[in-house]
Write a protein that binds this ligand. Structure first.
Ligand SMILES: *[C@@H]1O[C@H](CO)[C@@H](O)[C@H](O)[C@H]1NC(C)=O
Ligand SMILES: *[C@@H]1O[C@H](CO)[C@@H](O)[C@H](O)[C@H]1NC(C)=O
Length: 301
């Protein structure tokens, strides 16, 4: 029995070709397969799942040019208290459809196919995200697993966003999932209502909050942000040195924090406004929120 030692160059080449794709993308099990569950009708016909012995449902939006061989981004869009996934999808009840993100993702994808994005709108229990005993984290984990088993997703580019209770749940996901989620955008959320089990992992974090919010006051928004400033190793900053607009100024102030670990940025937008998912600049017809959220998510290659 004689083993032939391969020449070093050939060995290196083999190592490189096997390592390079793995470093760039974490391809989900659904890559290369024909979807069995999710279709273009999944924006109107809910997908059903059981989590913690409770029947739950969610909807999925495929990009127009879904390609089963290409790992897609995955974005969870979470409704607010008393809201539904159906409203998030339709853009009723105060929402912009899917938080306004699909057209922005499609525009980026026109030049960069890695920006192609699958959107998921799940329904909370009792139209909220109380996350009792972590049951909503369990549910959303199961949703992600079901989508990734059926579709081609880059498991290194999972994101979540939501307003109010949906912002609180995005924060709870960042707390609980750590490295399993790349970034979250919490719009006018709160650190208590969905909780923060775990809570020590570094996750790229975008937060925004109205200085005039009387439903979930901005103090909660600052508290969520400050957790990820610590977790992400950002430079220490005194809360009073983080600029916020004066009530009545019609302004918003964006802070990109310095010194955070690579790939773990923290961004904060304080705006002069109330508890709303769609604040606008004075005189503007459209909200700046989709643009800020997508700019934050887009950077993760
Ligand atoms: C999920 O359940 C609902 C309600 O029973 C049903 O209308 C729908 O068709 C189910 N979805 C799938 C994909 O079977
Ligand atoms: C796409 O790329 C072209 C050519 O490089 C450029 O002119 C165009 O502005 C880009 N579009 C977007 C949306 O980035």
């Amino acid at each position: 029995m004689a083993f032939k030692t391969p020449p070093l160059a050939a060995l290196l080449l083999t190592l490189l070709t096997t390592l390079t794709p793995a470093l760039a993308l974490k391809r989900s099990a659904g890559c290369g397969t024909t979807p069995k569950l999710i279709t273009t009708a999944s924006t109107t016909i809910p997908l059903n799942i059981t989590a913690n012995a409770k029947a739950r449902d969610f909807f999925v939006r495929l990009p127009e040019n879904y390609n089963r061989d290409q790992p897609h981004r995955l974005v969870l869009t979470l409704h607010a208290l008393s809201g539904t996934a159906e409203q998030v999808i339709a853009g009723t009840g105060g929402y912009i459809p899917w938080y306004g993100l699909p057209p922005l993702a499609a525009a980026t994808a026109a030049n960069d196919t890695s920006a192609n994005t699958i959107f998921v709108a799940p329904n909370g229990l009792n139209n909220g995200w109380a996350n009792q005993g972590g049951e909503d984290v369990t549910f959303l984990r199961a949703v992600v697993a079901a989508v990734e088993a059926d579709l081609c997703v880059d498991a290194d580019r999972r994101f979540a966003t939501g307003f109010s209770y949906g912002g609180a749940m995005s924060y709870a996901l960042a707390c609980a999932l750590g490295g399993e989620i790349r970034a979250v955008a919490a719009l006018s959320g709160n650190p208590q209502i969905s909780g923060c089990a775990g809570g020590s992992g570094a996750v790229a974090y975008y937060g925004q909050h109205g200085v005039g919010d009387t439903v979930l006051p901005i103090t909660g928004g600052r508290e969520m942000r400050d957790r990820f400033l610590r977790n992400n190793g950002c430079a220490k900053v005194d809360a009073k040195d983080v600029a916020e607009p004066v009530s009545g100024s019609g302004k918003r102030v964006k802070t990109v924090f310095a010194g955070c670990k690579e790939d773990k940025p923290v961004v904060w937008v304080a705006f002069d406004g109330p508890h709303t998912p769609t604040p606008k600049d004075a005189g503007a017809a459209e909200s700046w929120v989709p643009g800020e959220t997508w700019e934050f998510f887009k950077q993760f290659k």
